[in-house]
Design a protein around this ligand. Sequence first.
Ligand code: ADP
Length: 453
Amino acid sequence: MYEPYPVPELAQEHKKFRYSSLWTFAKQDLRQLLFLLLIAGLVGIGVGYFWVFIFIALSLFFVLQLHSLYLVNEWISNRPYDVPPNLDGIWGALLFNVYRAQRQERIVQAEMVGLIDRAQSSLVALAEAVVLIDELHQIEWWNPAAEKLLGIQPLDRGRNILTILRQPSFIEYFNHIDQAPDGLKMKSSAFEDHYVQVKLTRFGGESRLLVAYDVTRMHNLEEMRKDFVDNISHELRTPLTVLSGYIETFTDQEELNPRWKRAFDQMQSQTRRMNALVNDLLLLSRLESNKQIAKNQIIEMPSLMNQLFDDAQAYNVDYHHTLNLDIDSHCDLIGSDMELASAFSNLITNAIKYTPKGGTITMGWHDDGEHGIFTVEDTGIGIDPKHLPRLTERFYRVDSARSRQTGGTGLGLAIVKHVLMQHSAYLEIESKENKGSIFKVIFPKERLYQMSE
Ligand code: ADP
């Protein structure tokens, strides 16, 4: 929970601070005036010039007041931090109150400066880079870690951050902070072969706080993991091909003993599963490495949808579902045809697999002018909402036994997620247990091609 920073005690004291009552001091002035008037009155009566002496007394009082006013002004203008001149009466009180208020203010200020210093020195000590960027995108302040990780130099004060961190991915992130709540991983511009995770936060209107930290170790581990999975999948491919070739030859032999036949059938189905697994792992690793994917092909959606429909019908022979195709858009897609076909096909086979025999599966392609929407709707077993957030994780299954039984690899939706990420698209799932599910793939406008009538 957020705890507000405690206001320093003196600052609180300051609010309770009581100024001396002016009346107490005004009484001193009154006494002085009365005294002067009394003396002047007596002398005036004695010498017979009462009003003249009263006038002199009033003038004297006025001069004394002017003198005090002069001293007050002189102190405030020239030496406000020195101890004020010692004055009686109302001016003395005024000086004293001003001086006391000022001292309190200075103590509070010193505490605040101390606090700021402490906050700043803790930022300086941080291993994470911290950069303050003003509303004009200029660098205001940074800590030493920012010099090391991001290459910011003393001369860069006041320079536009986008002229220093010039990677297109950073510029994109800087302009659309909200679209990447986890920040951005990018190559360090100062450190060869180093990677930093950058996170921007808006504050005070359009100012931004940049925090970056070194994630090279994590990046390297992740790369090692990807290479390992990629290599092992490649290595498994050849022995699997040999095995399945022999198994197929044996299974096809007519004079095979029925006991052996059953064993060979099982071996065949298991090698098929392993093959599917290896192929899915290779596809995932290709998607993750972001290589060899041409994302700018124009994909004719009616023909792709018909192709998917035909494949679904072939897959459907054992399930006897009613399959529907619903195309209600003239838009085509811009992307990678192989990858998108594979993602759509995963969603369709899932719908077929996870729907009890005789259900209805509808695949659709629509657009609402802003988005292209590919949908697969089934009347199947549905998914408990608690599983939805984790569904696209590798090997996450709601019911492992059922998934294996249906030949699932547990990688289908992870592949879908990666393909969609490559196309700036996202997946929406609506599902009710024992009623069915709708999987929607939503593409942004930039991915739609031409609106032919
Ligand atoms: P699998 O190879 O196990 O099907 P996926 O990644 O394709 O792996 O799917 C993950 C899990 O999501 C599945 O195991 C299944 O439990 C659930 N699932 C996916 N699609 C559907 C669907 N249309 N209806 C119900 N459950 C589904």
